[in-house]
Design a binder for this molecule. Structure first.
Ligand SMILES: *Cc1c(COP(=O)(O)O)cnc(C)c1O
Length: 375
């Protein structure tokens, strides 16, 4: 395959995404897959990844914001899409008119959605969200019955159709964490309340599982799972290995400059690094504006000329420096920041471990200046 010369690019292997969906389908039999493509498909590209996920067997897509769902609709994606983070002022009418399903966890939002649906002349498809212990979004057990009752009243007047009941885990990535069973019990309680109020039947989809739960908690699969990170090929529980997932993204750059530098040279802002010998330094044209965290300084490695090289000195806004020793690397040579590891390059998991974060943050931070290139 050949790629155009660009200073840097994120290469996304869409076949890896399709394969990861197939793997999830095998691992979570009987559950539909809603592919979480929020935040520009975790930095991999919203529309391309959404399409690849659907081709691979995902039935639905999930986004945080309505505008992300509308971008998929603009691109011609017709599969069901759920948007679950709806602050005031969101374009509810447009969402309903364009068949975007909406999450609600308050009586006020149920009413806003119903009124928007009234103006649209089309029933809104709504997933009611219970807070089962994450204590982020969702209705608390105290508020839940009122939210369900209002939604059912709005269903009777034809403005809302309750098509889902859902929740989200706090600690599904911590195997054996006691909150997991507590949340499952709370979810069953919330489902019982909803069923008693009439939100029941096969058209009401029950869902709580993210990637970690989909892969490790059969009892959490219900009717549908909502994986994100696993479908981009990154492990939701690194301590348990890679689950056979294949990372989709390879981040590459081309050396902008290679120069012999004497011993004792202070490198980059603040002179945090000083060369201890004469060496060749390479300038990589990616910086913290592109998602290479500033504190990657002296912490992470990249692959250049077949060997690992450490980032030396401060990561700057647009560039950072690597030490290439006496190897004959030159301008234009390819540097692989991270990938699937098959060429000896670091993985996004290695970057996350070195930087004290999770792979979600590594890939979603890749900036808009870096083109996504698909194969
Ligand atoms: C992001 C998100 C997911 C996917 O989580 P992963 O850990 O990436 O699998 C699922 N559900 C909701 C509500 C989310 O916000």
């Amino acid at each position: 395959m050949s790629f155009p010369m660009t200073p840097a690019e994120a290469r996304v292997d869409l076949s890896a995404i399709r394969d990861n969906v197939a793997l999830l389908r095998d691992r979570a039999p009987g559950a539909e897959i809603m592919f979480a493509v929020k935040a520009d498909g975790y930095g991999h590209g919203l529309v391309a990844c959404g399409r690849a996920g659907l081709e691979g067997g995902a039935a639905r897509l999930g986004t945080a914001f309505i505008r992300e769902a509308l971008e998929l609709r603009d691109a011609g994606v017709t599969a069901p899409i759920l948007s679950w983070l709806i602050p005031p002022g969101e374009p509810l009418e447009e969402a309903i008119g364009r068949d975007v399903e909406l999450s609600a966890a308050t009586v006020a939002l149920v009413d806003d959605i119903a009124e928007a649906a009234g103006r649209t002349g089309k029933a809104a498809r709504v997933h009611l969200k219970a807070d089962t212990g994450l204590t982020r979004g969702g209705a608390t057990p105290a508020d839940w019955p009122a939210v369900v009752d209002r939604a059912m009243a709005r269903q009777s007047d034809g403005t809302i159709e309750v098509v889902g009941v859902w929740s989200h885990f706090a600690c599904a990535d911590i195997p054996g964490h006691p909150s997991i069973d507590v949340q499952l019990t709370a979810f069953d309680d919330a489902l019982a309340v909803a069923e008693k109020a009439g939100a029941a039947g096969s058209h009401v989809i029950r869902h709580i599982a993210n990637s970690a739960a989909a892969l490790t908690l059969p009892q959490a699969r219900y009717d549908m799972v909502r994986p994100g990170i696993a479908l981009y090929g990154l492990s939701p529980i690194p301590e348990l290995g890679d689950f056979g997932l294949r990372p989709a993204m390879t981040l590459v750059a081309r050396l902008a400059l290679a120069k012999r530098t004497p011993a004792g040279s202070g490198v980059s802002y603040g002179h945090l690094h000083v060369t201890d010998r004469e060496t060749t330094l390479g300038l990589v044209p990616l910086g913290y504006a592109d998602g290479i965290l500033r504190h990657a300084t002296d912490r992470v490695e990249v692959l250049a000329g077949g060997r690992r090289r450490r980032i030396v000195g401060r990561v700057c806004m647009d560039q950072f420096v690597i030490d290439m020793g006496d190897d004959p690397l030159t301008e234009g040579d390819e540097v692989i920041l991270f990938g699937d590891g098959s060429r000896g390059e670091p993985t996004a998991q290695e970057w996350a471990d070195s930087l004290g974060t999770i792979t979600h943050e590594i890939v979603t931070r890749i900036g808009s200046r870096v083109p996504r290139v698909y194969r």
